[in-house]
Structure formats: C-alpha cells, structure tokens
Write a protein that binds this ligand. Structure first.
Ligand code: GLY
Length: 427
C-alpha cells in the first residue's frame, strides 16, 4: 500500500528530495512544509514553516502522513522528530537530543573524544577573554567555531594569531551569529581535502551513501566568505569504496553506537565532514541531516527507491537494505544573487530555465513564481546539476547549461570539480 510523504524544508535540497520522492512507486502524494516555488509545481506546498512543530504535527495527523522527512537542522533542533515520535508517526530525522551532534559543536567534539573518533584537537570557551588569552599563549591560528547553529556562518578560518583574536571578537563580542556563539570551540587547523560522507542510520545500522564534495567559499580558488555551499560533485576519486568502509567502521558506527548506548538513538541522515590528509582521515564536523548541495548532486545518481530506504531507516529496518548508484558522475553549480552571502536584490527575472538539456536538473532554492515566470527570491537561487559518463563531461555539461540560464547579478563559481578532474587522486 502506498503512503503520503511530507518533506520539511524549502531549499534546493528539499526540491531534490521532493523530486526523488515523486519517483517512488510507494508514494501516493508528496506534501512540502513549506516547500518553494518549484516544489509547488510538482507537489503540494502546505505553507507550514519547517519549525512549526505544532502545525506540522497537526497536519501529519489530519492527512495521515505515512513518512515525514526532515530537511533542515532548525527543524531537528525544534524537536519536530520528538513530537512526531510521541504521536507514533514515522519520521526520517533525528530527535533533538541525537541532533545535538550538529546543534552543539562542543557536544560533538566530546562524543568524538569519548569514542576515539579521529578529530583535530580542540578547546571549549564560554568567555572571550579566556579564549583570547589561550590564543595569545599559543601564538598560532585556530579554526573558531560557534557552538550552536549558525546557518553556515558560525565557522571562521583565520590565517594567523591576530585574525584568530579578531574572529573570537566577531563571534563572541559582535555576536554576528547571536547566542550561537556564547560558547565557542577553538580547533586545531589541519590540511587536506574535504569530503562529505553521509549515511542513512536507523538507530543501530549504518548505510553509507556515495561520498561527495562541496565548496563552501563564495569565490573561485576557495577565497571569499563562507556560504551555505556553492556547488559540489560526486563520486570522489580520492575517497573510494575501501575508504568509505573504513570511515563507516572508525567514524560512523562508533558514533551511532555511542548515541544508542546513551539512550538517544540516531535515526536519519548522519553527515560527517571529513578532512582527508596524506596519512589520515579526521572528522571536522557532523551534521544531523542531508548536506546541501550534497543532496542535489547525490540524489540524481541514486537508483534505489529513496522512499523505501528512508522508510527502512525511520522504522529501524536498515539491516538488510542496500543502495545502488549509477556509475555516472554529477556536478552541481549553485547560481547565487550578486552580493550573497551578504546583501542582495530579489525579484529579478530568471530566463532560460526551459532550455536546459536532458540529464540536467535545476533545483530551486531562492526563487518565486511571478505571472511572467520565475524571479529570484533569495541568495542561493538555483542548483544546476548535470549527469554524464565522466566527471569531466559532467562538469562541461553543468557549465554549458549554466550558460543557458540568466538573471541580472547571477554569480557562481567557475572552478567546481576542476581540481578533481585535474588531480583526482590525493594519495
Ligand atoms: N554542504 C554543507 C552542509 O550542508 O552543511
């Protein structure tokens, strides 16, 4: 028997989840909370905010929703899964307690320390003066992380001691991310290539997805401010199936086991941000959700029924599940409004959406429908994802199609997947 599905969130990640959910023979209807202009064209937008826990719980009961899929971290932290589980509803996404792996960087670090998961050394500070005294004593740079959720703006990567001191001021005194930085983590800087490894987890078992890479800086060459993500690609030659298996055994399984033993089992997508060095793999962060834009580049490569997998994870039945993937590569390019991640204009007409080639998917985030077509309505507007037989071809196809889309002020990185095409192996 089929089920109706509710996708919670409003970004390009949720557009991709909605698109994939609609391909499942198990799905009878797909609703979005709230969804966006593009999900309105393929599914049913509810108008419910992603953190409106009462409203969503009511909707799930009234419409007898068979599976709720939580996209954004804010809905995890708002306790949406807790509420739906109390009502005995199937939900893909962790409880607030399990989600602390993302909502508190200090909690994640201490969990990694306890379980022996490799991660750069760190110190936690509640007091800016004490943090600065420590940095002056060490006379070197640290990564400065807000403890709480900060919409991608809570991690600063200064180059030297002076900039580290400024970063502490920015987060703790100027309060650029508000109360999220009342506590900070100072983390050792390490070198390498970042890889995102996500897995479906059912409280006990771990089913790794294919690795992907994302690009957080706004400008080519990894320059400029951090963003919510400017694009990505999959697969990752520098992180093969053996590397994935090792990461499952040394990173994901110990964390899932520790959360289970603590009485806060993790169900949902567990995202490990890994730093791959010449001789080691270390965990930089965990997220309690699908990555954005990782979800957009991975979902077009997934051949298995997404809803069957998410249902299995939500109901504790992942033990015998497996996922199959096309060998084709994907590259995703985020098209942003000029000025993002700072201030930007909206309401600008988007042209060319109807001209993209086959095997190219345009996932919307910050767009709105107008009588004359889509207009911009946010900082990250679209993710253009292309599939092809090689990463080089996927890259060419992605950029060829980016060039078919136009809006005033459209900005994007031109170097996505370039390093992977030029120097695929790291070791
Ligand atoms: N791509 C990074 C994130 O989703 O947080």
């Amino acid at each position: 028997m089929g089920i109706s599905v509710l996708i919670v969130g409003s970004g390009a990640r949720e557009h991709a989840l909605t698109w994939k959910a609609l391909q499942s023979p198990l799905t009878t209807a797909v609703f979005c909370a709230p969804g966006n202009a593009a999900t309105a064209a393929i599914a049913i937008n509810t108008g419910l905010d992603a953190t409106d826990v009462d409203g969503i719980a009511r909707f799930v009961a009234e419409r007898d929703i068979g599976l709720t899929v939580i996209g954004p971290e804010a809905a995890v932290a708002a306790g949406l899964a807790d509420r739906l589980l109390e009502a005995r509803r199937l939900v893909f996404g962790p409880t607030r307690a399990a989600g602390r792996i993302e909502s508190s960087k200090a909690f994640a670090k201490s969990l990694m320390e306890r379980t022996g998961v490799p991660t750069p050394g760190h110190r936690v500070f509640d007091n800016p003066a004490a943090a600065k005294d420590y940095v002056r004593g060490e006379q070197r740079a640290f990564v400065v992380k807000a403890d709480g959720l900060a919409k991608g703006k809570g991690t600063l990567v200064p180059r030297d001691t002076e900039e580290t001191l400024e970063s502490i001021d920015t987060l703790m005194l100027q309060r650029t991310v508000g109360g999220a930085a009342d506590r900070i983590v100072l983390e050792e800087k390490i070198e390498g290539r970042e890889v995102s490894l996500m897995a479906l987890v059912d409280g006990e078992h771990v089913l790794a997805l294919q690795p992907a890479c994302d690009y957080k800086r706004a400008l080519d060459g990894d320059r400029g401010p951090n963003t919510g993500g400017m694009g990505g690609y999959s697969p990752v030659a520098a992180f093969d199936a053996d590397d994935v298996q090792r990461a499952v055994e040394t990173v994901l399984a110990p964390i899932v086991g520790a959360l289970r033993d603590a009485g806060t089992p993790y169900r949902g997508c567990l995202y490990a941000g890994l730093m791959i060095g010449a001789t080691s793999v270390q965990v930089l962060e965990f997220n309690a959700r699908f990555g954005d834009p990782e979800a957009q580049v991975l979902l077009p490569r997934l051949e298995t029924d997404l809803i069957a997998l998410l249902e299995a994870a939500a109901s504790g039945n992942l033990a015998s599940a497996s996922a199959s993937w096309t060998n084709r590569a994907s590259v995703g390019v985020v098209l942003a409004s000029r000025g993002y991640p700072g201030t930007y204009s909206t309401g600008v007409a988007i042209d060319g959406l109807g001209t993209v080639e086959r095997d190219v998917f345009v996932f919307h985030a910050g767009s709105a429908a107008s009588p004359s077509g889509y207009v911009t309505a946010g900082g990250r507007v679209l993710t253009v994802v292309a599939l092809a037989d090689s990463l080089a071809d996927a890259r060419d196809r992605a950029y060829r199609n980016v060039n078919r889309i136009r809006f005033d002020g459209m900005s994007f990185r031109r170097d996505l997947a370039q390093r992977e095409v030029e120097t695929p192996a790291l070791r």
